[in-house]
Design a binder for this molecule. Structure first.
Ligand SMILES: Nc1ncnc2c1ncn2[C@@H]1O[C@H](COP(=O)(O)OP(=O)(O)OP(=O)(O)O)[C@@H](O)[C@H]1O
Ligand SMILES: [Mg+2]
Length: 220
């Protein structure tokens, strides 16, 4: 399984328990939704699977490796090679064109120029941005920005794609385009874990994990 959590706890301070005894696994090709009220621990969970943070106790396995046992450089490599992340606010670099933004994960992975160019062209086509690659983030719409952010998250073909409220800043039409793209990625074998407040987004998931106060309340 690409991602497994066993009895995971996350405490930020003595008085903040963001996750309490969370256990679940996500299969290859599965689109899983993380649902629940603000502050229930969705982003915290994504950060643990994304190797941005480590659990206070319990075990998080990403592509079979237990994150807490890795050295910093091994954790960076795991994140870089196996995880792609889509944020609510896109997080594209304003001084780079869309195509250059999309190429960033390949540069970090030190892919050579020709291969990198072909990959970028390929994912831009996939998200319908072939003719906007040379535009800068300030010159495109919110829907186009989010599609570029998705292209960047998948260009290195990560096993796991994390999405934190990916449709939160989009109108319903662009939201639908983004959700369809995520479904397509799952069909291709990638694992998608999406935190969302949106009912439409939740309805597109294979499985929904409902969190309350840092614990799994129920799964549907
Ligand atoms: N870096 C941090 N330091 C201290 N407390 C934090 C930190 N990050 C999150 N928290 C706390 O942990 C709890 C869970 O936060 P988290 O961001 O995971 O919630 P969420 O479900 O993503 O909420 P939202 O739907 O608003 O995005 C909250 O009580 C939050 O205030
Ligand atoms: Mg959040």
């Amino acid at each position: 399984m690409p991602a497994v959590l066993e009895h995971v706890y996350k405490r930020y301070a003595d008085d903040v328990t963001a996750l309490a005894d969370v256990s679940f696994g996500v299969m290859r090709g599965e689109l899983v939704g993380l649902l629940g009220p603000s502050g229930c621990g969705k982003s915290t969970l994504l950060n643990l699977i994304g190797c941005i943070d480590l659990p206070t106790s319990g075990h998080v396995y990403v592509s079979g490796e237990e994150t807490s046992l890795l050295k910093d450089n091994e954790l960076t490599r795991l994140r870089r090679d196996h995880v792609g992340t889509i944020f609510q606010f896109f997080n594209l670099l304003p001084t780079l064109s869309l195509a250059e933004n999309v190429a960033v994960p390949l540069m970090l992975a030190r892919k050579d120029g020709a291969q990198s160019k072909a990959r970028v062209a390929d994912v831009l086509e996939r998200v319908g941005l072939t003719d906007r690659g040379s535009a800068y983030p300030a010159q495109v719409s919110g829907g186009q920005l989010q599609r570029a952010a998705i292209a960047r998250a998948i260009v290195h073909r990560p096993a796991i794609v994390l999405a934190d409220e990916p449709t939160g800043n989009l109108d319903s039409r662009n939201g639908e385009i983004v959700l369809n793209l995520l479904r397509e990625l799952a069909s291709g074998g990638q694992t998608i874990i999406m935190a969302t407040h949106s009912r439409e987004a939740a309805s597109m998931c294979d499985r929904r994990i409902h969190l309350l106060d840092g614990a799994i309340e129920y799964t549907t």
